[in-house]
Design a protein around this ligand. Sequence first.
Ligand code: CP3
Length: 356
Amino acid sequence: MTSSLSQSRPSRAEGFVHPFLEAAQGRAPARPPVWIMRQAGRYLPDYRRVRKLFPSFLDFCRSPEHVAEVTVQPVDQIGVDAAILFSDILVLLPPMGLHLEFVEGEGPVVRNPVRDAAAIDAMPDRDVNAELNYVFRGIQMTLHDLAGYVPLIGFAGGPFTVASYMVEGGSSKELAKLKGLMFSNPNAYHRLLEKLSAITGAYLCEQIRQGVHAVTIMDSWAGYLSPKDYREFVQPHTRSVIAYVKAQFPNVPVVHYANGAPTLLDDFVKLGVDVVGLDWRVELSRAFKAHPGQVFQGNLDPCYLFSSPEKIAAKVGEMKTEIGNRPHIWNLGHGILPETPVENARAFVQAVHGEL
Ligand code: CP3
């Protein structure tokens, strides 16, 4: 699928190295790279137009042609330096035997949550990748449309975050059921996380085999744990996913992101990923001082995009002073919000590129 917009993409000079990949590999790029978490999403009118074609969000994710279309939209409309595959961290659930639905106004709902050791042990061992062919086809179609213009990022949820939806049965404010299981029956909890880690590692590796240039592990809810509990209950599982991917693809950058977890920054750096995503609560200069050799990603508060292009440019200028000439991947500190004015998302990207 080739959109008319893609015809107007400026051509790349010979030997062009993508700034996103340069920064992810620890080299200072010629131009600072920027992408936006949830960049393919409801703030874009063209996304909403495609979204309307599908009553069910999962059916939308299962249509490779439309996945490719919305994945590429922010590249041509906002000017970001990387595309992230349009999908969801929860697509792993149906192949694991869970009945997942996205309910309007409520978000994800799992009708048969996995709440105890018996349910965990009864989960069938299925070849999850075999049931996610639509994702891999979406990757192929997107790569075809991008034609090398920007890199494509694949992703999966961190095993802890995905487990939270499986155990809670949906989004949750306290993660009381998951943490209840963790503290009352740690063996069963660890068996669930081991299962998820193996599936997640295999899923990310298949995305890379299909051609994604980097992968992100989104462990959005890791910040719900104390550092000690994080180290005991989450870090070993996330590490096993990273080790599995790195053993097969040592040169493919791995990005880690967690929301609301400034207390865990040192532990995230110890995961051994190429890029550590920062949520908007973290002070950049502190992160840089504590971890001079680590490449970070982030971390403008998404609500800054409710101000004006002038204010956004001023804030980006302030961040540039903190970042200096370190390799850094610009992003928001969490996903872009649906009410964000498109011109302000564009202003953020232009300001990072020094075009505003
Ligand atoms: O970033 C991108 O543009 C790629 C697509 C993407 C989506 N979800 C699309 C989506 C990615 C990378 C995700 C990750 C994701 N999904 C996370 C981790 C990142 C984070 O935000 O912390 C989590 C926790 C989920 C689970 C999830 N998916 C929830 C809780 C919801 C409902 C809340 C909401 O935002 O509506 C979703 C639905 C979802 N995933 C939407 C999109 C665009 C909205 C559905 C719609 O358009 O109707």
